[in-house]
Design a protein. Structure first.
Length: 267
């Protein structure tokens, strides 16, 4: 049966790499994204063959993969080149918490670990339920602005918005969260953020360091509750913007910790 499963896998994004390591299937991975930081040892053990929007096609082909995992329409061009070269490519497009769970189960099944994967996913879901139950005891839920990028302002994607809800906060731009593309979540007028008066601001600028002092110094933001009370935080993009195990574990835990501390003082 093992010989029917992929033996040489290239992961073009971090979430499938982390998941395969968690499943004990890291020996199948022959190439990873250069942006991979989870698990840290993957950077030392595996060749880095791609960025997010680009890849070293010749290097990937030299690895003779029998399966390549990618993420979203943004990697469609990479996928097309590999498919034309005769490589099997599976591109997932998970945008919600439920879709992340579905993707993780599918990957586990593809490497013959459906049962083990299901056990791990049930444990993750149970922890999400426990967090939601604790958050249900909040006297007041904070209004939260999650900033995925600063210039222009881009609000949080759907799974982030959903995890904020589970963790006990309310996304101030829920209507934008359902938009899968970053360009559709741009907030052209920063005044609309000010007008929605977030109690907490969380930044996760994918690819560069978050600067809370820069946020606090924005013209006209001095009366925003989050700025006035110093409730400006960073969650590393690897922990929350990776639509895989990280967001469902460390990412949501950090959200809940921030919201719980706010609620204890301001709730």
């Amino acid at each position: 049966m093992q010989d029917l499963l992929p033996q040489r896998i290239v992961c073009l994004t971090e979430e499938t790499t982390e998941w395969l390591y968690l499943l004990g299937q890291e020996a199948r991975i022959v190439g990873i994204s250069g942006y991979t930081v989870r698990p840290r040892r993957a950077r030392e053990e595996k060749p880095k063959v791609s960025a997010f929007l680009s890849a070293k096609i010749d290097k990937i082909l030299a690895l003779k993969p029998d399966c390549v995992f990618g993420f979203s329409d943004l990697q469609a061009d990479i996928a097309a080149l590999l498919i034309k070269a005769g490589v099997q490519v599976t591109v997932f497009n998970q945008r919600s918490v439920q879709e992340i769970f579905s993707m993780l189960y599918q990957v586990a099944a593809m490497v013959g670990q459906a049962e083990q994967g299901l056990v791990k996913l049930q444990a993750m879901r149970a922890e999400l339920d426990a967090i939601a139950q604790r958050a249900a005891g909040f006297r007041r839920r904070p209004k939260v602005f999650f900033e995925e990028w600063d210039e222009p302002h881009i609000s949080g994607i759907r799974w982030v918005s959903e995890l904020m809800g589970i963790a006990g906060g309310d996304d101030i731009f829920p209507e934008l969260a359902v938009q899968s593309l970053g360009k559709d979540r741009i907030i052209a007028d920063g005044q609309s953020i000010v007008d929605r008066a977030p109690d907490i601001i969380i930044g996760s600028w994918c690819g560069k360091k978050f600067r809370p002092e820069k946020v606090a110094a924005r013209p006209g933001w001095q009366d925003v509750p989050a700025v006035r009370t110093g409730q400006i935080f960073e969650i590393k993009s690897a922990d929350i913007l990776q639509p895989g195990p990280a967001a469902l574990t460390d990412g949501v835990a950090q959200l809940h910790r921030i919201f719980s501390q706010w609620q204890a003082v301001h709730g």
